[in-house]
Design a protein around this ligand. Structure first.
Ligand code: HEM
Length: 411
């Protein structure tokens, strides 16, 4: 039926007019319509396709929304999601086993329990132990790419495998299985995947993850998933949901930051040179790239559980709010010349990892991966350049996480 052919992403991500979401000029800049709108205010009421969406473009207002306990993250059960499809299809798409452990969609206090258990596993020691592994993984990928010789697709040969290998290591997934989960997560993150297709992918990914969890329950190792099995009373559905979430959240995001970040540096040769000559700037450069690129292009959404007033606007119970990460990260009242990339820009607050109770759980790991990856890439390949004209690089405007599909490079 028609409702099964709807976009699955549309169900959990409110619709906005394409002039506010489709990047249309420089590949690193937000849509021109969005930048124009940001100049007119900080929170905007938008009517589109019969829906009301509040779009937040101001930095302070964004933090207020994301820190607000009356704003819900339960996108699965939001009034709009419930209205868009029949209860039967809703139950089929989001069965209880699928919801278990998906704490990115939970509110406090349910969320709190999971977040605490996970924080207990993202220990300083585990992150410290992973750092030399990240170095090894980055070095091995670069060795192989250099050995093969130019040209190369930086996405295929570097940006995607590095975070995939790291997340496999963290979760204790056999890297031989990566093709399987990469193909499936890509499907989940595509804006054109239908509800029908998503139901199938969910089932497949669920089976894959469940068998992984069962393996860890039988024979726990040193990985994070085994740690959860050993140290907590989480059940198999919850463990499966957590493993799914970490796998999906953990590799496409970092992969796109690495590829789009490299593209941005290549298109800003002075910044590329500055970073190459001053590798001690790497951590700072990573923060600036996160801010400047805002790969969570569609923003982060919530719905009001009660009437809430933010930035002078009253959001009524049930209404949807989208925090526009690209707009907020370029708020003129927060940053000088926000549309410029400066790897040595003084560090400030950005919302690339969100804010409040759902602020990215993997941010320390992502920072380590990006710092090591950019440093080593520029050190090993100081003459790196694009192998095609910049306007031929295929952009991920069809995906919920922005970036490039391929990045042909030479050196
Ligand atoms: C949450 C961005 C890497 C795991 C988030 C959120 C953002 C984000 C914006 C907040 C979502 C919301 O408020 O609704 C990013 C970016 C990354 C990155 C830009 C890379 C550059 C990672 C990695 C992992 C990870 C490497 C796992 C190892 C998670 C999880 C959540 C989350 C589990 C949900 C946290 C919660 O609901 O409490 N991420 N992320 N992320 N991220 Fe990341």
């Amino acid at each position: 039926t028609a409702e099964r052919q709807r976009s699955a992403q549309e169900l959990i991500r409110p619709q906005l007019p394409s002039e506010l979401t489709k990047r249309d000029g420089c590949p690193f800049d937000p849509a021109s319509g969005l930048t124009e709108l940001s100049g007119q205010g900080r929170i905007h009421r938008i009517e589109h396709n019969g829906e009301t969406v509040w779009l937040v473009t101001g930095h302070e207002e964004a933090r207020a929304v994301l820190a607000e306990p009356r704003m819900s993250s339960d996108r699965i059960n939001s009034p709009r999601a419930r209205k868009l499809i029949s209860p039967e299809l809703h139950a089929e798409l989001f069965p209880p086993q699928r919801r278990a452990g998906s704490f990115i969609f939970m509110d406090a206090p349910e969320h709190t329990r999971f977040r605490r258990l996970l924080t207990g596993q993202f220990t300083v020691r585990r992150m410290r132990d992973l750092t030399p592994r990240v170095h090894e993984i980055v070095t091995a990928q670069l060795d192989a790419m250099i050995e093969k010789g130019p040209p190369a697709d930086l996405v295929h040969d570097f940006a995607l495998p590095v975070p995939s290998l790291v997340i496999c290591e963290l979760l204790g997934v056999d890297y031989g299985d990566r093709d399987e989960f990469q193909r499936r997560t890509a499907k989940l993150l595509s804006l054109t995947t239908t509800i029908e297709e998503q139901i199938k992918v969910n089932t497949d990914l669920g089976l894959f993850m469940r068998s992984l969890v069962r393996d860890k329950q039988k024979k726990p190792g040193d990985d994070l998933l085994s740690g959860l099995v050993r140290d907590t009373d989480l059940n198999t559905d919850e463990l499966t949901g957590i493993a799914n979430l970490l796998l999906i959240a953990g590799h496409e995001t970092t992969a796109n930051m690495l590829a789009l970040g490299t593209f941005a540096l290549l298109e800003h040769p002075d910044e590329f040179a500055k970073l190459r000559e001053h590798p001690e700037l790497a951590e700072n450069a990573v923060e600036e790239l996160l801010r400047y690129l805002s790969i969570i292009s569609m923003g982060v959404s919530r719905h009001a559980k009660e009437d809430v007033t933010i930035g002078g606007a009253t959001i009524r119970a049930g209404e949807t709010v989208v925090v526009s990460v690209p707009a907020v990260n370029r708020d003129e009242s927060q940053y000088d010349n926000p549309h410029e990339l400066h790897v040595d820009r003084p560090r400030g607050h950005h919302v690339a990892f969100g804010h409040g109770i759902h602020q990215c759980l993997g941010q320390q790991l992502a920072r380590v991966e990006m710092t090591v990856a950019f440093t080593e890439l520029l050190r090993r390949l100081p003459t790196l350049k694009l192998a095609v004209p910049a306007d031929e690089v295929p952009l991920r405007t069809d995906m919920s996480i922005y970036g490039v599909h391929e990045l042909p490079v030479t050196w």
